[in-house]
Design a protein around this ligand. Structure first.
Ligand code: GLN
Length: 585
């Protein structure tokens, strides 16, 4: 694809790599930088703005540029970085990619995600091949050239009208500086009206002053100007709406017209942000800056907008509620489970109920006290996980919900733990376990996948990404997926149900209702309805596939079963309005 690259040589310093088929002017770029601090919600802002343009009939493609040297996010600790979001092609990415998939209802791929590790690897591989013969390989133009070519590859492959570029980190970080330089070069090469620069900033409001202060924001934007980037739009984050005075100051110090200085203050739900942007006509500004007016086709815009706003409204106004417990190890860090939280929210909107999430740390749970820990829950999720800690507590929870007919959804590790529990307590396989937890177990009902045995190192080599799953007719899974014979689910695991135990588990009454088409890898389990109202596990990560207007069926089934349990066990009442998934800084 990079056949037509022009390399900087002894004759020229210009280096504007363009992949084959690149049509200059076809794709425009919106580039979002963060100033003052990280965690402002660049991904949420960028995906909301992209959605507004998508609703006008434009094709959009997002990309996140991460500063860190890891090749992907797979080895990052969810405590530090939030969940690892897995794409259909198996790329392990930052959780922001989940935000893009959900807001744009679009499957992304490795083309939509870059890290410094990937960029430098490409440069060094080329150097070894001799691609830069005679030249010293430099940050400018070679490394920045690689960044530009990554964006242009995405432009060609997606045939997008607009590529949305989110620069990770904060202006001033050493590790992101070359990305910013690459964006300056890109705008220079692509020409006027090709790139819209957006600075997302933060307006301080120190309690001892009781007044919004713009200095930190001004300095952040000054840094950006010093790097040769003149923002077209400034989006101000803050708790309260940003005052006119502060916006005027920013406009004055940054050469940005007042109407392009926008207050993006906290609101109840991230799903309300597209409407907030439209309220300030921000998407119209972008269309003017990029001269896209002749490409828009707003025929379906009002319909899409209405569907979306109905959904956002349903999240907030609800008449009934259910309480779902999430049993985990990272329960103190909500970002570790971002996609599960969103999937439940999607179901809440679809079922017109408020799903209250109760976080349960399983470290101290035993068979004796599981009932106390799970009191008042109408549904339980055991999410994905790794390692030993908290697993016996999870198994005790699963025993309790199985015996007490509490709706259950086991996700990946939660699927494997359900198998261990069933093997021990129903099939009588004393000491059954996963070899991840106990390598000497007498009954390794969950064992490492054969192809994983040869693999050394931990980076990017699990069974990853989208796979087809065969669904057994006549099962609960078949019902949930509208009798589709095959569905596609996303995976991220090293262990599986050991095929030698399948018969014994089935003889005990467990149903494997989904399996890999060509291998005996079990992917979905369930108990018959006669035994339990909703006991489902999946080796996959269905949370990555839930979309606002299309909730994932396993989650929807859980919420429906939980609602039935709530209706059966106590009188309906009207709870206080849901706080929703609020924007936090
Ligand atoms: N630790 C388990 C495995 O590797 C489950 C992984 C997960 O929950 N993502 O198979």
């Amino acid at each position: 694809m990079l056949a037509s690259l022009s390399y900087a040589s002894d004759e020229t310093e210009f280096y504007a790599p363009k992949p084959a088929g690149y049509k200059p002017g076809k794709t425009k770029y919106v580039i979002v930088f963060g100033t003052v601090m990280s965690g402002l919600g660049k991904g949420i802002f960028s995906s909301s703005l992209a959605k507004c343009l998508q609703d006008k009939g434009l094709t959009v493609a997002p990309i996140k540029l991460e500063g860190y040297l890891n090749i992907d996010s797979g080895t990052l600790n969810p405590y530090r970085h939030g969940e690892v979001f897995v794409l259909d092609d198996g790329m392990e990415t930052d959780m922001d990619l989940g935000t893009y998939e959900r807001l744009l209802d679009q499957n992304l791929s490795r083309l939509n995600f870059a890290t410094s590790g990937q960029i430098f690897t490409r440069v060094l591989e080329k150097e070894r091949k001799g691609s830069y013969l005679g030249r010293d390989v430099q940050m400018i133009p070679h490394v920045t050239g690689e960044v530009k070519s990554k964006l242009r590859e995405l432009a060609v492959t997606s045939d997008a009208d607009v590529v949305f570029v989110e620069i990770g980190g904060t202006v001033g970080d050493v590790e992101n500086a070359y990305y910013i330089e690459a964006m300056r070069e890109l705008a220079f090469e692509e020409g006027p009206n090709s790139c819209a620069f957006v600075a997302l900033t933060y307006i301080l409001n120190p309690p001892m002053l009781g007044e919004q202060k713009s200095k930190a924001a001004q300095l952040g934007i000054k840094s950006l100007l010093g790097l040769g980037i003149q923002p077209h739009i400034i989006a101000c984050r803050g708790k309260e709406p940003v005052t006119r005075k502060v916006r005027e100051k920013l406009a004055l110090y940054s050469n940005v017209p007042m109407e392009n200085v926008f207050s993006m203050h906290d609101i109840d739900s991230i799903y309300l942000i597209p409407e907030m942007l439209r309220g300030a006509s921000l998407e119209e500004r972008v269309i003017d800056i990029l001269q896209l007016r002749d490409r828009i086709d707003p025929v379906n815009e009002s319909l899409r907008r209405q569907e979306w706003n109905d959904f956002a409204r349903r999240i907030r106004s609800v008449s009934r509620q259910v309480r779902i417990g999430i049993m985990g190890k990272y329960t103190s860090v909500r970002d570790s489970y971002a996609s599960i939280i969103h999937a439940l929210e999607h179901c809440g909107a679809a079922e017109n109920c408020r799903v209250e999430i109760v976080w349960v740390d399983t470290t101290d749970i035993t068979d004796a006290n599981a009932g106390e820990h799970l009191a008042g829950l109408q549904g339980v999720i055991v999410p994905g996980g790794f390692g030993v800690r908290g697993t016996e507590g999870k198994i005790a929870c699963i025993k309790y919900v199985r015996e007490n007919r509490i709706p259950y959804l086991g996700i990946c590790y939660g699927f494997q733990m359900a198998v261990v529990e069933f093997a021990r307590n129903v099939c009588g396989l004393t000491g059954a376990n996963s070899t991840e937890i106990d390598s000497d177990t007498p009954h390794p009902v969950v064992d490492i996948l054969p192809e994983q045995k040869q693999i050394e190192g931990l980076g990017g080599n699990m069974r990853l990404g989208g796979r087809d799953v065969q669904i057994k007719p006549g099962t609960l899974a078949a019902e949930l997926f509208n009798n589709a014979p095959e569905v596609r689910l996303r995976f991220r695991h090293r262990y599986e149900v050991d095929p030698q135990y399948i018969e014994r588990l089935e003889a005990g009454g467990l149903i494997f209702s989904g399996k890999a088409p060509d291998y005996p890898i079990m992917q979905i389990l369930e108990l018959p309805r006669s035994v339990h109202p909703y006991f489902v596990g999946t080796q996959a990560h269905p949370e990555f596939q839930s979309r606002p207007l299309r909730p994932q069926p396993f989650f929807r089934g859980l919420v429906r079963a939980a609602l039935e349990r709530a209706a059966a066990t106590r009188p309906e009442h009207i709870p206080a309005p849901a706080p929703g998934a609020g924007m936090t800084t």
